[in-house]
Ligand binder design. Structure first.
Ligand code: CA
Length: 235
């Protein structure tokens, strides 16, 4: 597994590199945004990118946007490192596709846990593509091809949009989903609606899900996250 670390604070970058190597990862370091982008063009493609928000040349959000614009790097998970006090919603750039974030100063242990979790999820979502169309999570079942969903044995009556929303949540379990990302995934980016509409539809979807609605968590100021794992009682 190769991790690309784009971070201009050399001490921090070196510490992260040391710890990643200690856990068996290969590491590529870049200290500027341009170096970072150049490093994504080299083979092999990194399996994950740790990206600092504040870099001397390009911002982390700009880099993330470029990564998402390119076919080659579109699906590489990105963890953004932000400084305390920066507005996560505006700055972290989930709207440009970062998958998770850590707030500086972060513990290396926390970063490692997040890296592992993100790689696990990326692996699981790759597998999802080849899996049969039935998805399960706790008391919830969803038939992707049949466009049907159930909580326990009772079938839900979902609109096409609510179904797409639920599917988007279930296919990205445990990952932060900003309103903007949901807008572009579920509604299509050109849709003339506001992020408030997302909240309205999520609320309605939650109500229809009943007790299973608690699988969708609200992250204040950021967006939503479908739980990583169902509660034990539901599993
Ligand atoms: Ca920095």
């Amino acid at each position: 597994m190769l991790v690309l670390v784009i971070e201009d604070e050399v001490d921090l970058a070196t510490t992260v590199e040391y710890n990643l190597r200690a856990e068996g990862f290969e590491v590529r370091l870049a200290h500027t945004g341009k170096q970072g982008l150049a490093a994504t063009a080299q083979d092999p493609l990194p399996d994950l990118i740790v990206l600092d928000l504040m870099l001397p040349d390009l911002s982390g959000t700009e880099i993330c946007r470029r990564l998402r614009d390119q076919e080659r790097t579109r699906n590489v998970p990105v963890i953004m490192c932000t400084a305390k006090g920066e507005e996560i919603d505006r700055v972290v750039g989930f709207e440009v596709g970062a998958d998770d974030y850590v707030v500086k100063p972060f513990s290396v242990r926390e970063l490692m846990l997040r890296i592992r979790a993100l790689l696990r999820r990326a692996d699981a979502s790759r597998r999802d593509d080849t899996e049969p169309s039935l998805m399960r999570f706790g008391r919830l079942r969803l038939d992707r091809d049949g466009h049907r969903a159930w909580v326990d044995e009772s079938e839900l009556s979902l609109t096409a949009l609510e179904f797409r929303l639920l599917h988007a949540f279930m296919s990205r379990k445990g990952r932060v989903q900003s309103r903007d990302a949901l807008l572009s995934d579920v509604w299509g980016i050109e849709a003339d609606i506001t992020t408030r509409t997302v909240d309205t539809h999520v609320k309605r979807l939650r109500e229809k899900l009943g007790e299973a609605g608690q699988y969708i968590e609200t992250l204040r100021g950021v967006g939503y996250r479908f739980k990583d794992q169902p509660d034990e009682a539901d599993a």
